[in-house]
Design a protein around this ligand. Structure first.
Ligand code: HEC
Ligand code: HEC
Length: 291
């Protein structure tokens, strides 16, 4: 958070120095009275100097582009989860080309194309929950890049600027790429602050408050006990309680942004919930039966 703030500040101040005179001149041009050239600038500026907030807004827009909508960020997040399903296109076949750079994660096929499989549900890659276990690849997370790079820079990475094998522009349309960049830039959270990695429990969450929200928003589909939808199979059932206990990072991501290709399932961000609301629901989901 800090480093991005600093970067923005530096960029902001630099741009302000460039833009302030320009803005004043252009305001003067539009609003200053017609008069002898030279006098216009001073008179116009005195009459219509932009407010500090307007200037800051201008600088942010130049650095990052306008803020994305909650819906676009959530769409980007579901693409991050499983882009083929969210975009409604056939699962890619074979393994993603970068997959050959590692041997520790032995999954094959469609899974190897999912952003989350290489970069983690907690966006930390090898530095997070996937630092060990069967999902370990040794690949970097996206959190640092999301915090420090501009949306435009993130977009070029998705087009293969750093490695040609990381080019997703052939399979995802421009809107999908833009929403992914918006999610990386504006949708990431630092899970370390919200989930205890040792116990897998959300930090400072209220399961009782979560139950109220769960019962009114989730129970219609998942059942009051979370067992109405089975994500696994008849022989190896997997319910909301199972996923929530086993993988709080995945569950939090899906609570916040929804399920790919499942438009009916609401996302916390689209409901206007706070992050705390989502954490509370996660805490309640962890109390539900796991089998
Ligand atoms: C098969 C594994 C794999 C998949 C799938 C994958 N990436 Fe990556 N990604 C990498 C590797 C390896 C790097 C580092 C090398 C590079 O920059 O190309 C990387 C780098 C990045 C970076 C820059 C990180 C940094 O700190 O510079 C971002 C952002 C990123 N990926 C986002 C995504 C998104 C979004 C998706 C899904 C559309 C995705 N990646 C899918 C392996 C993958
Ligand atoms: C309109 C019905 C509906 C509502 C409401 C709903 N869900 Fe879902 N949810 C689904 C469907 C359908 C799936 C996908 C099942 C599948 O892909 O097999 C799903 C999947 C999930 C998953 C992913 C499980 C996995 O392993 O893939 C989680 C987590 C989840 N829901 C949590 C919630 C929570 C928490 C709420 C309330 C905030 C909620 N859902 C509300 C229908 C709903």
């Amino acid at each position: 958070m800090k480093s991005k703030g600093n970067l923005r500040l530096i960029l902001g101040v630099t741009l302000l120095m460039v833009l302030l005179p320009l803005t004043l001149v252009s305001c003067a041009g539009e609003q200053g009275p017609a008069g002898p050239a030279g006098a216009t600038g001073a008179q116009g500026a005195a009459g219509a100097a932009p407010s500090e907030a307007q200037l800051l807004n201008l600088v942010t827009q130049v650095v990052q582009g306008p803020k994305a909508s909650a819906a676009d960020i959530a769409h980007g997040a579901r693409l991050y989860d499983k882009w083929s399903k969210e975009a409604g296109i056939a699962d890619p076949t074979g393994n993603q080309a970068l997959w050959a750079l590692q041997t520790t994660n032995t999954r094959t096929g469609a899974d190897t194309f999912r952003c989350k499989e290489c970069h983690g549900w907690d966006y930390k890659g090898k530095g997070g929950a996937y630092s060990k276990g069967s999902h370990y690849t040794g690949f970097v997370g996206v959190y640092d890049a999301g915090m420090t790079k501009s949306k435009a820079q993130l977009l070029t990475i998705l087009k293969g600027s750093t490695d040609y094998r990381h080019d997703f522009s052939k399979v995802l349309d421009a809107k999908a790429q833009a929403d992914l960049a918006a999610f990386l830039s504006e949708g990431l959270i630092n899970d370390v602050q919200y989930i205890d990695y040792a116990t897998k429990k959300p930090i400072a969450a209220d399961a009782v408050r979560g139950k109220t929200r769960y019962d009114s928003t989730c129970a219609a589909c998942h059942g009051a006990d979370g067992k109405q939808i089975n994500f696994g199979s008849a022989t190896a059932p997997e319910y909301l309680g199972t996923v929530a206990a086993d993988n709080p990072w995945e569950t939090l991501h899906k609570i916040r942004f929804g399920q790919p290709g499942t438009a009916a399932m609401p996302s916390a961000t689209s409901l206007g919930w706070s992050l705390q609301d989502a954490l509370d629901v996660l805490a309640h989901a962890q109390t539900l039966p796991q089998k």
